[in-house]
Write a protein that binds this ligand. Structure first.
Ligand code: BGC
Length: 435
């Protein structure tokens, strides 16, 4: 096999030819290093079921609603988490990403549920028992009702309660955490503001927010999901920074703390004008990598063509169930962009596809993971690949229609049925490379 050093010697023309072929071979054969995290991800609200004390529970039950179906029992994972963990381990994964539902830990402001803290501690213990490293997210979209009632992250009053919650969780289970994210995709509202369809949805979201506020007789009521990123994002960045310090202190720096970011591969329109790409990046990436953080969690699902002030919808290309382009090759491009901009270690904390066709998921994984291997072959510091998602679950406003899971879940019996893609990703995890 041609090794990378042998490419340095030799005549110039030959070196270029060999270099291209050699690089391709090296990339194809690239393996993940020892300790690389392989696994899948999930979020409490999307799988646990019955999270009545969360802001989203109120939103789902508003009329009219932008949610296709309420979350209800979700996957009943709160009661079946041991089975879920055992399943993930059986595929050969060595890591798992999960979130903690703040509204279970602190259902009313200042009222701590020690039972819920003990529950999540037990979940992390189960992961370790099965040889899987826990990657913990403190907020994955949802917040307690009382927090939304106080104005959420639309007011600086939200900063201290969030930092205290992160500190509390770290004190109770920090010894079991491998890596953590303060927020999941706190840049999502900024990212979606570039989507022309979401711009039309903007007034509808504000109408919903006002509807809840009126129904509850509380004009301050603010759910992060519905809030204007121009006001909310700087406050969330401050909240992240304070939580970062709190977790670092409580854990004595034992594990890395970062955020996970929703990032499309953004390309300019055919005229090459980068105005929109750079402006979008300055909103969705730069503010977050300028804040404290030990890594960047990359979450990629697709690509966009970005005009000067909005994405330009693509037509005539294969789409996923979510209505955006099928683009497994986007992950590699996003990792390279983030590595160049952030100069921090990267974990792929989400990547996946909504599809009923599991063979398409297998094909997607193959290309996406090869992209990660290509980055590793080029010396980029990528430390894990966590696929979204372990289970088919509640996909926010789309309800239960999109299927992102490696495992199917019966909506009435909750019986779990692994799909071929689960075993395929497991084989990759065991080999440490694309198979
Ligand atoms: C979110 C997940 C979601 C996934 C698929 C990400 O934006 O973090 O909660 O289910 O994308 O749409």
């Amino acid at each position: 096999m041609i090794d990378r050093r042998s490419l340095i010697s030799g005549g110039a023309a030959a070196a270029v030819a060999v270099s291209t072929a050699g690089k391709a071979m090296a990339a194809a054969a690239a393996r993940a290093p020892q300790g690389f995290l392989w696994g899948s991800a999930g979020a409490a609200y999307q799988i646990e079921g019955g999270n009545f004390a969360s802001d989203l529970w109120i939103l789902e039950h508003m009329k009219p609603s932008i949610f296709a179906t309420p979350s209800g029992d979700a996957d009943d994972s709160y009661n079946r988490i041991d089975e879920d963990i055992a399943l993930a381990a059986s595929f050969g994964f060595n890591a798992h990403r999960l979130s903690i539902e703040w509204s279970r830990i602190e259902p009313e402001q200042g009222q701590i549920s020690y039972a819920a803290l003990a529950y999540y501690r037990r979940v992390l213990e189960q992961l370790h028992k099965h040889g899987m490293a826990p990657v913990v997210t403190f907020i994955h979209t949802t917040v307690p009702r009382w927090f939304a009632a106080n104005g959420g992250f639309m007011t600086a009053d939200g900063i201290a309660p969030f930092a205290s919650y992160c500190q509390l969780v770290t004190q109770h289970m920090g010894d079991l955490i491998t890596a953590s994210a303060t927020f999941n995709e706190p840049n999502i509202n900024a990212l979606l503001s570039w989507e022309p369809t979401m711009r039309n949805l903007g007034p509808q979201l504000e109408m919903m927010r006002k509807g809840v506020a009126a129904q509850l007789g509380n004009p301050k009521w603010a759910s992060p999901l519905l809030s204007d990123f121009h006001i909310q994002q700087p406050i969330m960045i401050e909240a992240h920074s304070r939580a970062y310090d709190a977790v670092k202190t409580a854990s004595k720096g034992a594990f890395p703390v970062g955020v996970t970011l929703a990032l499309n591969h953004d390309a300019p329109p055919p005229n090459g004008d980068m105005t929109g790409v750079l402006l979008k990046r300055s909103q969705v990436l730069t503010p977050w990598i300028s804040a404290p953080g030990d890594f960047v969690g990359v979450q990629n699902y697709s690509r966009s063509i970005v005009g000067p002030d909005a994405n330009i919808p693509e037509t005539g290309v294969p789409m996923t169930q979510m209505g955006y382009p099928y683009a497994p090759e986007a992950l590699e491009k996003v990792i390279r962009m983030v590595a160049a901009e952030a100069r921090r270690p990267i974990y792929v904390t989400e990547n996946g596809i909504g599809t009923e066709d599991d063979a398409q998921r297998v094909a997607f994984i193959k290309v996406a993971v090869q992209g990660v291997m290509n980055c590793l072959a080029d010396g980029l510091d990528v430390r894990g690949y966590l696929h979204w998602s372990l289970l088919d679950n509640w996909e926010w406003t789309s309800g239960y229609r999109p299927k992102f899971g490696l495992v199917a879940v019966d909506r009435q019996t909750f019986v779990r049925t692994p799909k071929p893609s689960a075993y395929y990703l497991g084989q990759i995890a065991k080999a440490g490379r694309v198979v």
